[in-house]
Ligand binder design. Structure first.
Ligand code: F6R
Length: 615
């Protein structure tokens, strides 16, 4: 939530900052601003709404200067407005901030009593006031920032500059992410790597409590008390073009179409069909460690939580280990039953979701071993894990998660096979069959994407609906949840995902000709339709008997489901546990085309942000 970018060097930086903010707009987009320090002092330009509004304003008055900070906001304190947009300026100091200052009201009152006047409703503005006061008492900028930080309680990624210390940025991190970018004659700070990728691939991820002074000559890292710190410089292998649209109308569309490549990258070098085993780089789990575990406890939010529900089926089926899956926001505050015999798996695309990170820490503090399934390399959750399974999906920019979901499923499958092999519940020939199916997946994904035109037609047909129900059973139930989430978040149509067997316990009351039902009804194997398939045929009949309209996702070659449905999309069949990776694709494309047809902002839906770094 909220994107920060900062630069110190020998180039005019206003445009460079805006280019960086464009790569961070997925983090929040209700207002944006830049502050630039040059010969004429500190200039701040801000605008409510999308970045385009800021660009328009900058076109009219581009501030000059070679030191600057920029921000794109997701409101927590104070409505989206020009005044509440960052940077906030006071007494020659400008600040941008991501996080929440819990004692800001108290601090504001004290400052107001001393004569300070506030120009915004934000918690962030107090930083500018506190730092300016500290500087006036004779402190250097780094010491003034330290002084201010000693007074605040809360979370922050903070970047500060001051007219009294030109050519310098001071940054600090507590719970919200910050990364430093190292250039030849310039240096950067940002909330996330894509903002600075066009300039450098050498980065330092800041840890909790880190404090840095950035000049064009270098970066000085200390803790808040001023003790020197050494942090590893990492080289990022994402290219800048990976964060571009490449001719697609939206990032979401591009990312849906990238899934075959993304899955290949998740699986590459890890699945050995010949040996019937899996090699997980970054995971130190061995037979002895696994023998000491008696359960897996997964924590995640949103789409990652849906992937985890399928992950549970995979691990329970292949490794015969009990798995609990919790919404991270529920796990943290309920005295969870977790101990040193638990493997806690945190699943997160961004690796920085506050609730997931908080739950992961809670589980680890109770003795659990921590394994992270993350996409963003070096992210907070990955850094705190004993074992990391990166999904290698590449940058996901569309706010609605797509390739993150399918690659998380592939990562879970790899983990399940590995645990099964280590525990002896999966023999090599069976593992081989599973891994063969996994290896074929990218090809099946490509084949599924070829159905886009039909799916688009179905989407247009139902795009005026007010509500939509998604039904699935067994491994398809989490897909129903995910399909409903995707549709509501980008099209604003109310949608519910349900276990099809639960329909008769309530939701069936909603069924009529105005409530279309998308049914996930693939067969479960080449040879046998499977019990979930047979049962869901019955559910389709129940919907039809009540005048409901059915959109079905079924297997290629199936004739029963298409006979019953108003629209049927036939998809390739695979192993039942892997089938969700295929069957989710039509739901993603359906939601995308409904939303695009309705003219919503697909990549940046209202009220949402890509990384939820506040609780
Ligand atoms: C939905 C979506 C969100 C995220 C959730 C967790 O499309 O993107 O529900 O899945 O905010 O985010 P991560 O996976 O980054 O922890």
């Amino acid at each position: 939530m909220c994107g920060i970018v900062g630069y110190v060097g020998d180039e005019e930086c206003a445009t460079l900052l805006v280019d960086g903010l464009r790569k961070l707009e997925y983090r929040g987009y209700d207002s944006a601003g830049v502050a630039v320090l040059g010969k004429e002092g500190l200039s701040v330009v801000r605008a409510k709404g999308k970045l385009a509004n800021l660009e328009k304003r900058l076109g009219e008055q581009t501030p000059r200067g070679m030191t600057g900070i920029g921000h794109t906001r997701w409101a927590t304190h104070g409505k989206p407005s020009d005044e509440n947009a960052h940077p906030h300026k006071y007494g020659g100091v400008a600040v941008v901030h991501n996080g929440i200052i819990e004692n800001h009201l108290e601090l504001k009152e004290t400052l107001a009593r001393a004569g300070h006047k506030f120009a915004s409703e934000t918690d962030t503005e107090i930083f500018a006031h506190l730092i300016a006061d500290e500087e006036k008492s004779g402190k250097t900028l780094p010491d003034a920032v330290r002084g201010a930080l000693a007074k605040v309680k809360g979370t922050y990624a903070l970047a500060v500059m001051s007219e009294r210390s030109p050519e310098m940025l001071v940054v600090a991190k507590n719970a919200s992410p910050l990364v430093l970018g190292l250039g030849e004659t310039c240096n950067f700070v940002a909330s996330d790597v894509p903002a600075i990728l066009a300039h450098t691939r050498d980065v330092i991820f800041l840890e909790e409590g880190d404090f840095a002074v950035i000049t064009k000559k270098g970066v000085q890292l200390t803790d808040r008390a001023g003790n020197k710190l050494a942090r590893a410089v990492r080289r990022i292998d994402w290219t800048p073009t990976m964060a571009e649209k490449n001719g697609h109308k939206h990032f979401m569309h591009k990312e849906i179409h990238e899934q075959a490549r993304a899955l290949t990258d998740t699986i590459r070098g890890r699945a050995s069909v010949e040996e019937g085993d899996v090699y997980l780089d970054g995971c130190k789990l061995d037979a002895k460690t696994v023998a000491g575990l008696n359960k897996v406890h997964v924590v995640a939010c949103g789409t990652s939580w849906h992937a985890s529900l399928t992950g549970k089926l995979m691990i329970e089926t292949l490794a015969r280990m009990p798995v609990e899956v919790d919404l991270a926001s529920e796990f943290r505050y309920r005295q969870p039953l977790v101990d040193s015999r638990t493997l806690c798996v945190a699943v997160s695309q961004s690796g920085e979701t506050a609730d997931t990170l908080g739950s992961f820490r809670e589980a680890k503090s109770r003795g659990a071993r921590g394994l992270a399934i993350c996409n963003v390399v070096g992210s907070a959750i990955a850094r705190e894990a004993e074992d990391v399974l990166y999904t290698h999906a590449g940058p996901e920019i569309g706010v609605a998660s797509t390739k993150a979901f399918t690659t998380q499923l592939a990562a879970f499958f790899l983990l399940a096979v590995r645990l099964g092999r280590l525990r002896g519940t999966l023999d090599a020939p069976t593992a081989r069959k599973h891994l063969e199916a996994l290896r074929e997946l990218p090809m099946l994904v490509e084949r599924t994407l070829k159905h886009e035109a039909e799916i688009q037609q179905a989407a247009y047909k139902f795009s005026a609906s007010r509500d939509l129900l998604f039904l699935g059973r067994g491994p398809q139930f989490p897909v129903a949840l995910e399909g409903a989430l995707k549709l509501k978040e980008i099209s604003y149509i109310h949608a519910e995902g349900y276990a099809a067997g639960e329909m008769k316990h309530g939701p069936i009351a909603l069924i009529d000709e105005n409530m279309p039902v998308m049914v996930l009804a693939p067969r479960e194997s080449e040879t046998e339709p499977g019990v979930n398939y047979e049962k869901i045929l019955g559910n389709i009949q129940e919907v039809k008997a009540r005048g409901g309209r059915v959109i079905a996702i079924c297997s290629e070659g199936d004739t029963m489901v298409p006979d019953l449905a108003e629209c049927a999309i036939a998809i390739p069949q695979t192993n039942a546990l892997l089938q969700p990776i295929i069957s989710v694709i039509p739901t993603q494309l359906f939601s995308y085309h409904v939303a695009d047809h309705r003219g919503t902002d697909v990549d940046q839906p209202r009220n949402l942000a890509k990384s939820v770094t506040v609780e």
